[in-house]
Design a protein around this ligand. Structure first.
Ligand SMILES: Cc1cc2nc3c(=O)[nH]c(=O)nc-3n(C[C@H](O)[C@H](O)[C@H](O)COP(=O)(O)OP(=O)(O)OC[C@H]3O[C@@H](n4cnc5c(N)ncnc54)[C@H](O)[C@@H]3O)c2cc1C
Length: 439
């Protein structure tokens, strides 16, 4: 359902600021106009309307991962990727060159230190700590998301239809039970079903290969993630934020202010700087002398036009690493993880492989007329984001590394960062999210 509210057309240039406005000292400069940066800007302005907030992005609104993701508020997705269950699947997945997980061999030397930390993060005690941290942030986000959506009149864009995890054998389903048990321990509701007939109650038209399923009611999707972020941007503008196209090259704090040096040689001055530059954020942290092991898990999808399939809710195929989601009236098919860094060109054969699988799983799926996309998930080895002050200067705040859950955790991250800017204690314990935890 669409809602009448101001829209920023897709790919509209950022409105920009004049030289005098740019030269002022801003209360907060946010680097990155993705779902994280813009949610933070909006929250800062909602809490304190007189704040002077400037958001810069080198491309535009939702130019990165926030544009084409699967649109899920996956509040019950609490397990880190680095877990014994996932590691067991890795050898099988890597055997399939277009499978759920791919590692480009030429990228192995670059990513080896990250993989080492990833492996360390899969130790049981670390996994338990990561789950507890993720539960706390997701819980706050489940509360904060309707607050954010209300501010932008987007509550009707939220579809609280739950998610259906699908299994091709009883053995596959049984292997998933420890994960469901962990969720149950954290109060997450779900319901199992067996046999095609029982599964059809939640989603008709599936291949008979699916013999078991788990329905998770506390999971929602947004009608269109790109439109959502554009809507946040418009509200930021209405509340007095500046949106300016510029590439940040370095962050340089001095006694008076924090400067953001831009690629065109200008410098912006601010009392506070928030780094929300997604998968590129570590490059900015580096200019402050900090090494943060941020990598990208590249993900692929195809968005099919309206009429592609009568999809009732988001479907997850856990053993194939992808989801099928109702988006913008159509169907988005995708997911997977490719470890190949920020420079390699997209390999859209991955989108095609996922689409071919989806066609097998949903035999009536019409696969023509799709648009393929690749996005850079910003990922830290333990699947938790980095939220908190920079080591060298607490006036610089980091808010990046949300991996598979950036949309899910955007509203919570915004409230947490606003508390930090305001000098209040945030509502979640930030120690597990410390940007310095890998140092
Ligand atoms: C296939 C796929 C499916 C996904 N599905 C989901 C899902 O269903 N639910 C969910 O919660 N999450 C999902 N995610 C993850 C989610 O999309 C990301 O975690 C989230 O979008 C990250 O938001 P961000 O604002 O941190 O980064 P981005 O959206 O990447 O934004 C960063 C911005 O910073 C700008 N930038 C970078 N460097 C600079 C610089 N130096 N100067 C100025 N600007 C700069 C970029 O241009 C970009 O616009 C998915 C991701 C992918 C790839």
């Amino acid at each position: 359902m669409s809602v009448a509210a101001p829209e920023l057309p897709a790919d509209a240039p950022l409105p920009g600021l004049g030289a005098a406005q740019l030269a002022a000292t801003h209360d907060v400069v946010v680097i990155g106009a993705g779902v994280i940066g813009l949610s933070i800007a909006l929250r800062l302005l909602t809490a304190e309307p007189t704040r002077r907030v400037l958001v810069i992005d080198r491309e535009g609104v939702a130019a990165g991962a926030s544009r084409g993701n699967a649109g899920a508020y996956a509040f019950s997705d609490i397990q880190p990727l680095a877990s014994p269950g996932i590691l067991r699947q890795v050898p099988r997945w890597l055997l399939d060159p277009l499978g759920p997980l791919a590692l480009r061999p030429s990228y192995l030397p670059r990513i080896a230190p990250w993989l080492w930390r990833f492996w360390r993060a899969s130790q049981p005690a670390r996994v338990a700590a990561a789950i507890a941290a993720q539960v706390a942030l997701n819980r706050l986000s489940a509360e904060a998301t309707p607050r954010l959506l209300a501010v932008i009149d987007a509550l009707p864009m939220l579809h609280e239809d739950g998610n259906l995890h699908l299994y091709e054998s009883e053995a596959e389903w049984r292997a998933s039970l420890p994960g469901w048990q962990q969720r149950a321990e954290h109060g997450i509701a779900f319901e199992h079903a067996h046999g095609p007939q029982a599964i059809a109650k939640w989603q008709p038209g599936l291949s008979a290969a699916f013999v078991a399923a788990t329905f998770v009611p506390g999971w929602a999707t947004i009608e269109d993630p790109h439109r959502l972020v554009r809507r946040i941007a418009v509200r930021c503008l209405e509340r007095g934020a500046g949106l300016h196209r510029a590439s940040a090259e370095a962050i340089e704090p001095d006694a008076e202010a924090v400067s953001v040096r831009l690629a065109d040689g200008q410098a912006l001055k601010a009392r506070r700087v928030v780094v929300a530059a997604g998968a590129w954020s570590h490059q900015l942290a580096r200019t402050l002398g900090e090494r943060i092991p941020l990598e990208t898990e590249r993900g692929y999808n195809t968005t099919l036009p309206p009429g592609a399939f009568d999809l009732r809710r988001q479907l997850t195929f856990p053993n194939h690493g992808f989801v099928v989601t109702p988006i913008a009236g159509g169907v988005r098919v995708g997911g997977a993880v490719e470890l190949a860094g920020l420079q390699a060109p997209p390999d859209y054969r991955r989108s095609d492989a996922l689409l071919a699988k989806a066609r097998r799983f949903l035999p009536a799926l019409r696969t023509e007329g799709g648009t393929r996309w690749m996005g850079f998930r910003p990922s830290l080895p333990d699947s938790l984001p980095a939220i908190g002050p920079a080591r060298v200067d607490a006036r610089v705040l980091y808010a990046f590394g949300h991996g598979h859950l950036g949309l899910t955790q955007s509203a919570a991250t915004a409230e947490v960062v606003e508390a930090l800017v305001d000098g209040r204690a945030p509502r979640v314990d930030l120690r597990p999210f410390s940007p310095q935890r890998f140092a």
